[in-house]
Design a protein around this ligand. Structure first.
Ligand code: SAM
Ligand code: DTB
Ligand code: SF4
Length: 367
């Protein structure tokens, strides 16, 4: 494919091939980051990041066997299990997250799927968190269509459900649910009109081809996920992946840049793994088009940089937390997002706010 033409006029493609993804991923690093920036600046303010705070509302003793996960009941990671949290405690955490500057509150439960008696409690949590003026996100495992509808009716903005890795590598990581199960849940979420948050984990001992495969699967879904979390494995003692070799940070940055290029309108989240990343790597991720982070000192069960460290980093980079009206989180069909983006691009080209590079002529064509 002609990456130069695509980068100058990106479209929402859902028929990416492995070879095309590989071609982009493998560009000389400077070219890759340049194209990612070019596309990023068309649709987003390059100096803003969206901030989400996580809370584990039900911890540990999960029946699934995800090899990366400290919460799986199959492994002994020394984690103390906890029942479903009281609504008041969830709301108090959400209030604190809001005060420290998060705009979205993501609640995670270590379930295969929500049980009938649990869902009404989660629905109440969603209503209460939304009432604080925060966007809401939950990740509860597999859903059927009816459960997705109930979540939508409670006002849920985003549902997180990751593909985690490529189709090929998947059964090395999880045996208790299939790739197709995940795609089905995501279809129910989309059908219910909830924004999809779906990404994966790299650094799980997969090959490069698996990273291309993950990115291809994400981009070839019927709509690009509105939010794409790219996690670097947090290797937790007691899990089967505890000793896996660390991924080269440059490879991580390439994964982010490729996600940005092939899913131009999606928020790409620099997700788990920041605690072990230096500032330079994180800065490269933002340059590569990451525009969302988990904000707050804890992910679900593991550490994340504290707010002071993050404020300091963002200040150094001149990046501001994104502020937006909660009504903007309403689900829009991809075609509506495309027309909104075209309007935005026209406005930006007129003011040249986000596209100072738009007039640059490519002289040294990378094929
Ligand atoms: N149980 C639900 C499920 O898996 O659908 C929701 C919670 S689960 C912890 C959410 C996601 O967190 C997983 O899909 C995985 O991508 C990510 N995750 C879990 N453990 C991780 C780790 N050690 N490192 C990086 N990401 C991790
Ligand atoms: C996602 O992609 N990453 C988050 C969120 N979605 C739920 C979870 C990361 C978990 C890291 C390990 C832990 O803290 O337990
Ligand atoms: Fe359970 Fe989710 Fe962890 Fe898998 S990732 S073991 S489903 S909590």
């Amino acid at each position: 494919m002609d990456i130069i033409k695509y980068a100058q006029n990106p479209e929402l493609k859902h028929d990416w091939t492995i070879d095309q993804v590989k071609q982009i991923f493998s560009l000389p690093f400077n070219d890759l980051l340049f194209y990612a920036q070019l596309i990023h600046r068309r649709f987003f303010n390059p100096n803003e990041v969206q901030t989400s705070t996580l809370l584990s509302i039900k911890t540990g003793a999960c029946p699934e066997d995800c090899a990366y996960c400290p919460q799986s009941g199959h492994y002994n990671t020394g984690l103390s299990k906890e029942q479903l949290m009281a609504i008041e405690e969830v709301v108090a955490n959400a209030q604190r997250a809001k005060e420290t500057g998060a705009t979205r509150f993501c609640m995670g439960a270590a379930w295969r799927s929500p049980r009938e008696k649990d869902l009404p409690v989660v629905l109440e949590m969603i209503r209460s968190v939304k009432a604080l003026g925060l966007e809401t996100c939950v990740t509860l495992g597999m859903l059927d269509g009816d459960q997705a509808e109930q979540l939508k009716d409670a006002g849920l903005d985003y549902y997180n459900h990751n593909l985690d890795t490529s189709q090929d590598y998947y059964d090395k990581i999880i045996t208790t649910r299939t790739y197709q199960d995940r795609l089905n849940t995501l279809q129910h979420v989309r059908d219910a009109g909830i924004n999809v948050c779906s990404g994966g984990i790299v650094g799980m001992g997969e090959q490069q081809n698996d990273r291309y495969g993950l990115l291809m699967e994400l981009a070839n879904m019927p709509e690009h996920p509105q939010s794409v979390p790219i996690n670097m494995l947090v290797a937790v003692e007691g899990t089967p992946l505890q000793d896996v070799e660390q991924l080269d940070p440059i490879e991580f940055v390439r994964t982010i840049a490729t996600a940005r290029i092939i899913m131009p309108l999606s928020y790409v989240r620099l997700s788990a793994g920041r605690e072990d990343m230096n500032e330079e790597t994180q800065a490269l991720c933002f340059m590569a088009g990451a525009n969302s982070i988990f904000y707050g000192e804890k992910l679900l069960t593991t550490a994340n940089p504290d707010q002071d460290a993050d404020r300091n980093l963002l200040k150094k980079l001149g990046i501001n937390p994104e502020r937006r009206d909660i009504s903007e989180s309403e689900h829009h069909h991809e075609s509506e997002r495309v027309s909104a983006a075209i309007q935005l691009r026209k406005a930006d080209q007129a003011s040249e706010v986000n596209t100072p590079m738009a007039e640059v002529k490519f002289t040294n064509a990378a094929s």
